[in-house]
Design a protein around this ligand. Structure first.
Ligand code: GAP
Length: 453
């Protein structure tokens, strides 16, 4: 079972500290969300799982963490200054603004139903900010609209510093910003979000095969994070809808509570980006004064040693949204169950490696010194194993603690009771089955490591 509605997820996320509307106490800002205590753990675990599979478990990739503020020159060459737009219409009656391709009833304002709309015009989605102390518009940067451009501009640095040869990939996770005209559907379409992107460089001619490889690999990864295969759809992007850099893109769609939409795109970007950044920038109109004198003449190419000639590699790009991943996985994990004929429970059946809290240690009696001290010691020992956050719950209300930890997806709760003082064992309760077993404190580390590995 998944959540029935987006409202169920929104409510759980606020109640249990996953996500809050940003700037909430001042009325909020549309399209911005803050990750709370549970959200930040969950999101970090998801990113860590991605990094593990894209960098640590492979022998053909490297990592990068580049700056967010981006030179206009880079985004001119990448095509974003000219083409990264959505069609915008104004309602002359109520002064609201809409994305023309997202009007439910064509030619009608969704707010006031007026048909007095302007013609669609391109609206660039990039946020601009001033660089340096003088804000006269002459020197500015963009907040990056996708994380990958700095991968391309660092291509040679990484090649030179690691001695990699094609095929190889560069992975990066981090913030991206888009001034979406109509942010909506909770964290599905927001103005500040995170991406997990791999740019995998290959020899032209081998690109189609590598593209298929990455499409399948990425679907397999999402399934391993806990999404049922039948809720993921492989969608071929129509030729006339392809981004300016793409030869072919396959979207991995997920059935979100609001409908089926893109979770990740896997594109064949050909040699568009490395090729573009290789050209001398004088081919382009430079918009920022500060960049006018800079010039990239770096050749982002590699040598084919057999054929003894230089070529620009093609790039296959699996690009996933972290926030959309969080939303999909929360939805997938959401369950409502009858505990008995009078009681229901909500639980998040999240895979243990993604759970915000790995284990809760609960002394049966609040503030009982013996039980609390022993609980603290157990918590501290499990925490030292380094598998994620472990918490101590000293409220003395076991039922309430179980309910809370079911709802935030904690896989196991460990109760320290008076018997523990005698038999040196604790009760371990499993989130999904609610089954309980006694485990001796001496075996707890092994039990715990086994559980999470
Ligand atoms: N570098 C390629 C690229 O950025 P994209 O399809 O525009 O491609 C990739 O974005 C992923 O980033 C999407 O599949 C989605 O998961 C996420 N994403 C894009 N725009 C978003 C937004 N406004 N809010 C949340 N996630 C977004």
């Amino acid at each position: 079972m998944t959540a029935q509605t987006m409202e169920e997820l929104v409510s759980l996320c606020k109640r249990r500290g996953f996500l809050f509307q940003s700037n909430d106490i001042y009325g909020g800002i549309k399209g911005l969300y803050d990750y709370g205590p549970m959200g930040v753990e969950f999101k970090n675990n998801l990113k860590q799982a991605w990094w593990k599979s894209m960098v640590y478990e492979r022998d053909d990739t490297e990592g990068l963490d580049a700056s967010i503020l981006s030179s206009p020159v880079v985004l001119k060459h990448s095509g974003h200054e000219d083409t990264f737009t959505d069609p915008l219409v104004d309602c002359r009656a109520c002064k609201s603004r809409w994305r023309a391709d997202q009007l439910f009833e064509n030619d009608k304002c969704p707010n006031c139903k007026s048909e007095d709309l302007t013609e669609p015009r391109p609206f660039n989605l990039m946020f601009k900010t001033a660089i340096g102390p003088v804000d006269d518009g002459s020197s500015f940067a963009y907040l990056r609209p996708e994380t990958c451009q700095q991968i391309f501009t660092n291509f040679k640095n990484i090649l030179d510093s690691t001695s990699r040869t094609v095929p190889f990939g560069i992975a990066q996770m981090g913030k991206a910003f888009r001034n979406e005209i109509t942010p909506r559907n909770f964290i599905f379409r927001v103005r500040e979000f995170e991406q997990m992107e791999l740019e995998f460089f290959v020899k032209p001619g081998t690109d189609d095969e590598w593209h298929e490889y990455w499409i399948n690999k990425r679907i397999e990864w999402w399934v391993n994070q806990g999404i049922k295969k039948e809720n993921l759809k492989k969608i071929e992007v129509e030729k006339n809808e392809l981004a300016h850099y793409s030869k072919r893109t396959v979207d991995i769609n997920y059935v979100f509570p609001h409908g089926e939409e893109e979770l990740e795109g896997v594109a064949n970007r050909t040699d568009f980006d490395l090729g573009s950044h290789t050209k001398n920038q004088n081919d382009f109109k430079i918009t920022s004064e500060v960049m006018k004198n800079s010039s990239s003449t770096t050749k982002l190419a590699v040598q084919d040693l057999e054929e003894k000639k230089w070529y620009i590699p093609y790039v296959i790009e699996p690009s996933a949204g972290v926030d959309r991943g969080v939303l999909a996985l929360l939805n997938e994990a959401y369950r409502e169950e009858n505990v008995d004929k009078d009681n229901k429970r909500i639980l998040l059946s999240i895979k243990p490696h993604l759970s915000p809290i790995k284990a809760a240690v609960i002394p049966l009696k609040k503030n009982n010194e013996e039980l609390v001290n022993l609980s603290k010691e157990i918590k501290s020992n499990l925490q030292k194993l380094g598998l994620g956050r472990v918490v101590l719950e000293n409220s003395g209300n076991i039922g309430k603690n179980y309910r809370r930890h079911d709802e935030i997806g904690t896989p196991i709760c460990l109760t320290v009771d008076f018997e523990t003082l005698e038999d040196k064992s604790v009760t371990v309760r499993d989130r999904d089955t609610m089954k309980q077993e006694r485990v001796s404190i001496g075996n707890l580390s092994e039990y715990y490591k086994k559980y999470f590995n």
